[in-house]
Design a protein around this ligand. Structure first.
Ligand SMILES: CC(C)(COP(=O)(O)OP(=O)(O)OC[C@H]1O[C@@H](n2cnc3c(N)ncnc32)[C@H](O)[C@@H]1OP(=O)(O)O)[C@@H](O)C(=O)NCCC(=O)NCCS
Length: 256
């Protein structure tokens, strides 16, 4: 049994992961209000608690997109899902009060929301998005990254450092979101090589690199996206779909 709590890893090369991303920059409350119709009462209550409109807009967009992606994968309606939180808050999708048989993970960042979905029940799947049009916060790297990751970043030319930082950051987030442990996971117990993405574990973490697959790409020209999943073999069969919010209607289904 691994730290992730799954008896045997699924073959990652057989795992089809669909990733949907959608720009939210420029959206206003009027644009997202109709999308909120697919959310449940708990989500609408969470949305209402945000003080800032941009946070509310992002939340509604992310959750409507996640529901539309789950609906597309399950052949159900977006409003049919409910969500149960795991030990550290990772949501699991349910239909009629039972696990929906889908793995998913959503991410929201300034200007973009996204979700990764795989039709494998219980698959540890993590997904993260970050904008890259900013300086690399090297003080954060020096605090949270391992010595080999910091050395790799230091060797990069200045012009490549921000992208390098966010490559590492999104991969690390994809891992801690896949396990569901979030920041309760010791960040010094694993590290990455970036190209191609590969994970390594400290001896105290009972995981094997060959059980983990990662994929990463730049989406919408200015954001890094990373997927991580626990499955045998390194490959992920990922389909990346960049959506235009102007044509998005969660109730109408997703075209790709
Ligand atoms: C939840 C967490 C794992 C990711 O948060 P984040 O990167 O700030 O936010 P994201 O938008 O990518 O992901 C948030 C979504 O992940 C899901 N989520 C919540 N808890 C989760 C968990 N334990 N594991 C996986 N997914 C989780 C939820 O759907 C959440 O969205 P919601 O609150 O609207 O439902 C958080 O614990 C975290 O890591 N926060 C700080 C970031 C950081 O310092 N990272 C260090 C990396 S080196």
């Amino acid at each position: 049994m691994s730290a992730a709590g799954n008896a045997s890893p699924v073959p990652a090369s057989d795992v089809a992961v669909r990733v949907w991303t959608m720009i939210t920059a420029g959206l206003d409350e009027d644009a997202v209000t109709p999308w909120a119709a697919v959310l449940d009462a708990a989500e609408r209550a969470r949305a209402a608690r945000f003080v800032f409109a941009h946070s509310r807009i992002t939340f509604i967009a992310a959750h409507a997109l996640a529901r539309a992606a789950l609906a597309e994968a399950a052949g159900a309606s977006p409003g049919a899902f409910s969500f149960a939180a795991g030990a550290h808050g990772k949501p699991e999708a349910q239909l009629d009060g039972r696990p929906a048989g889908l793995a998913f993970n959503l991410s929201h960042t300034k200007g973009l929301v996204g979700v990764a979905v795989a039709a494998i029940p219980g698959l540890p799947l993590g997904f993260d998005l970050e904008p890259i049009d900013r300086r690399a916060p090297m003080e954060v790297a020096r605090r949270y990254f391992t010595a080999s990751e910091i050395a790799w970043l230091d060797r990069l030319p200045e012009t490549a450092r921000a992208e390098g930082f966010f490559r590492l950051w999104t991969l690390k987030e994809a891992f801690i979101k896949a396990t569901g442990k979030g920041l309760t996971q010791d960040l010094s117990s694993f590290w990455f090589r970036v190209d191609p993405p590969e994970i390594r574990f400290a001896p105290e973490l009972p995981e094997r690199p060959q059980d983990w697959g990662f994929a990463q790409r730049i989406v919408h020209r200015g954001f890094l996206a990373a997927i991580g999943l626990r499955g045998q073999g390194a490959g992920i069969d990922a389909t990346w779909c960049e959506l235009d919010p102007a044509g998005f209607d969660p109730a109408a289904g997703l075209d790709w």
